[in-house]
Ligand binder design. Structure first.
Ligand code: ATP
Ligand code: MG
Ligand code: MG
Ligand code: MG
Length: 437
């Protein structure tokens, strides 16, 4: 993409209502624009990042055996009256009346809807297990939308739902999502820690939140350092194999957020292994048994010919929250530093003297070769001053910058700057390209 043809509306001033780095940087870098409180337009740069995150989430869901579908944003109130959540959900739910006076709502989550769909088709235990998911916009009328896209009112979520015949089988589905989440966050360049979460009125021990550490996080997190330092299981893992040991290895460590924190148990950890930090919830997995299958009469015939209520779980990832979360975890005073996997472009090319025939030709050539090599470059071909180009490229945070100017070209070299380290190298254009691919 040539910057002269792109739509990158940068802000010079940091809006005063943006109090945390990711919110400020997303506005300044022209990634989003707020339309109403907690409701955003995703501008081209932000949209690219959102889609890249969504794609990684999708790939890891698919790898774990989950199947993608798409449910609507607008739901009928009937479904929620059936589960008893229509009243329980309270003012966070955006309620709508259609022209026939039917009560509708903008979905804050989809347990009811999918249980309804599922129960109208699936009859036999032979059709299970199933994990179904979609990536869809949700609406929650948050009391205090803030921190930009991290606590929006309209936000993009990946939500998956598992259906099993027995609690033991449901546990296997839960474990698949547990492992898939660790791999997903690692691919996103994040260190996400599973923490014990409140299971509410259902009880049991099967709910985990996945939090990333950041000073701006809304919850306090207490964990054993060895858990924090543990690597993800890796994408080679066999999802049909035994995942229980992989999960146990992690859940054996102390790890909790405020609500579930047990000061006494925490104090029992050796002092140098105690970690206390702030965290951002980026995912949440939940096993809730028959909470929804009961009211929706979602049963399957067991091997014995008798109907069984299906055992369910649900599994959310805040796709749009992650855009802010990644920036919280990866930025400096000059701007964003994108992890390679989610960067909106792979490399920025800076033409230090646009209009100079030789410089233009060298830049055009590098741009074409980068594209031919399968890279997605952003080429700053504008006539802005060098300083403007440098700070803009730093702000939007692409992992590499290729700086091409008349002086270097005399010696046949271009400059390669690594955004994260600030390291600069003088290389021939071919060597620079080789470094990127
Ligand atoms: P929070 O505690 O931050 O309010 P939650 O526990 O209400 O989140 P869940 O119902 O567990 O959220 O939804 C699954 C995921 O959706 C969360 O882990 C989070 O990543 C994301 N999410 C929830 N609310 C929002 C929001 N208002 N804006 C952006 N993402 C959100
Ligand atoms: Mg909430
Ligand atoms: Mg929460
Ligand atoms: Mg949650």
């Amino acid at each position: 993409m040539r910057l002269s043809r792109y739509f990158l509306p940068l802000l010079k001033e940091t809006p005063s209502d943006a109090t945390i780095a990711s919110h400020q940087l997303m506005l300044r870098a022209g990634m989003v624009r707020q339309n109403s409180a907690g409701i955003y337009t995703w501008l081209p740069l932000g949209h690219k990042v959102l889609k890249r995150i969504e794609q990684i989430v999708r790939e890891e869901q698919n790898r774990a055996g989950a199947i993608e579908m798409l449910m609507p944003t607008i739901q009928s109130a009937e479904l929620w009256k059936k589960s008893g959540r229509y009243d329980a959900y309270g003012p966070e739910m955006l309620r709508i009346t259609d022209r026939h006076d039917r009560e509708m709502l903008f979905g804050p989550t989809n347990e009811e809807m999918l249980t309804d769909v599922f129960s109208s088709f699936v009859r036999s235990y032979k059709d299970l297990p199933k994990i179904l998911y979609h990536v869809q916009w949700k609406f929650r009328d948050e009391r205090r939308p803030r921190f930009g896209v991290m606590r929006g009112r309209e936000f993009l979520m990946k939500d998956a739902y598992s259906f099993d015949v027995t609690p033991e089988e449901a546990r296997k589905s839960y474990n698949k999502m547990f492992v898939a989440y660790l791999n997903t966050f690692e691919r996103l360049g994040l260190k996400a820690i599973p923490v014990r979460a409140d299971t509410g009125p259902i009880g049991g021990d099967l709910s985990h939140e996945f939090v990333i550490l950041a000073e701006s996080g809304e919850s306090a997190v207490y964990a054993h350092r060895d858990l924090v330092e543990m690597d993800a299981p890796g994408t080679n893992i066999d999802f049909d194999g035994d995942l229980q040991s992989v999960v146990d290895e992690r859940t054996a460590f102390y790890s909790a957020a405020d609500e579930m924190h047990d000061a006494e148990a925490f104090a029992a950890i050796p002092e140098d292994k105690r970690m206390e930090a702030r965290g951002i919830e980026v995912g949440h997995i939940f096993y809730f048994g028959t909470k929804y299958s009961e009211p929706f009469d979602a049963t399957v015939m067991g091997p014995d010919g008798k109907p069984n209520l299906v055992e369910m779980g649900s599994y959310g990832i805040g796709v749009s929250r992650l855009v802010g979360g990644i920036i919280e975890a990866s930025h400096d005073e000059n701007g964003i530093i994108w992890p390679t996997e989610v960067s909106p472009f792979d490399v920025g090319i800076i033409n230090m003297r646009a209009g100079d025939a030789e410089c233009d030709a060298a830049c055009d050539d590098f741009y074409a070769k980068a594209q031919a090599a399968g890279l997605d470059p952003l080429y700053d071909d504008t006539s802005d001053r060098g300083g403007v180009k440098f700070s803009r490229m730093d702000l939007i945070g692409l992992p590499y910058q290729i700086i091409i100017g008349p002086r270097g070209l005399k010696d046949g070299i271009v400059e390669v700057k690594t955004r994260k380290t600030g390291e600069r190298e003088n290389l021939s254009p071919d060597a620079a390209l080789a470094k990127l691919t």
